[in-house]
Design a protein around this ligand. Structure first.
Ligand SMILES: NC(=O)c1ccc[n+]([C@@H]2O[C@H](COP(=O)([O-])OP(=O)(O)OC[C@H]3O[C@@H](n4cnc5c(N)ncnc54)[C@H](OP(=O)(O)O)[C@@H]3O)[C@@H](O)[C@H]2O)c1
Length: 230
């Protein structure tokens, strides 16, 4: 049986897109929120779209951490550090935390097409500094448009997966390939998340300019570099 996946801050567009796609793939999903009722309502929305048999429930972020060891973090950058500090005792050693956070300047009232400098190098590295020992942070999904993820078509995007733990990278690559259209690429060390996060600001600018929901595709690597479903 596959491990349940908790999505912390899962009630927003990024978290809902992941929840929908994983629920459709038959994964068991726990939507986390600061407010359990909001999380339950979000879970009902996913069931409406994915079908009554979808394994999805909603609860608080803390309970979601306590009941799962595969976690995704989808909160705005301004909420990231505060939430992780609150969850410090709830996060279990041995957990893998996929971080999709992008440090957009919109977090402090600036443009969504610009990023903020992060002292640690990237939002994902900030997360790594804030989680308890034994929790492995993996940067992933930052370049996937929530509009595309919440739709029905295959998602045209490559997901660059960055972590300092090769096993955790492989686990997250496996979860990427549950989503039709996505290809997972091992992006090397967690510090490479800095570059991946910057690309999101470019994509947001392009999507505003061209009125789309584009992602990225990396070309020219050997076939073995791309992990796809099946
Ligand atoms: N949207 C996209 O297309 C996209 C694509 C790739 C990556 N991302 C990244 O993914 C993250 C989430 O994006 P989003 O568009 O889903 O964001 P969002 O709608 O602004 O926020 C997601 C959820 O985070 C929780 N939250 C908000 N402020 C918080 C705070 N101060 N402390 C703790 N929790 C807070 C809220 O859930 P509750 O109120 O239920 O707790 C909210 O529903 C961002 O870092 C974004 O850059 C987004």
């Amino acid at each position: 049986m596959s491990r349940p996946i908790a999505i912390l801050g899962g009630t927003g567009p990024a978290g809902m897109g992941l929840a929908l796609r994983w629920a459709r793939a038959g994964e068991s999903v726990v939507i986390g929120s600061r407010n359990a009722e909001l999380a339950e309502a979000a879970a009902n929305q996913i069931r409406d779209k994915a079908g009554a048999s979808a394994q999805v429930r909603g609860t608080t972020n803390a309970e979601a951490c306590a009941s799962c060891d595969l976690l995704a973090l989808t909160v705005p950058f301004e909420g990231q550090a505060g939430l992780l500090k609150e969850l410090k005792t709830a996060l279990k050693a041995g957990s893998i935390l996929m971080d999709a956070t992008v440090p957009l300047a919109a977090s402090i009232g600036g443009r969504a097409s610009r990023t903020l400098g992060v002292w640690q190098g990237s939002a994902a590295q900030q997360t790594a500094e804030l989680v308890p020992k034994g929790v492995t942070v993996v940067g992933a999904f930052q370049n996937c448009s929530a509009d595309a993820m919440n739709g029905d078509d295959p998602v045209e995007c490559d997901v660059i997966v960055c972590s300092d733990n090769p096993e955790a990278t492989q686990t997250v690559c496996g979860l990427v390939t549950k989503i039709p259209g996505l290809r997972a690429i091992d992006g090397g060390k967690l510090e490479n998340s800095r570059i991946v996060e910057q690309v999101t600001a470019l994509l947001i600018g392009l999507n505003i300019r061209h009125k789309g929901h584009g992602g990225i595709r990396i070309t020219g690597l050997p076939a073995a570099a791309y992990r796809t479903a099946g």
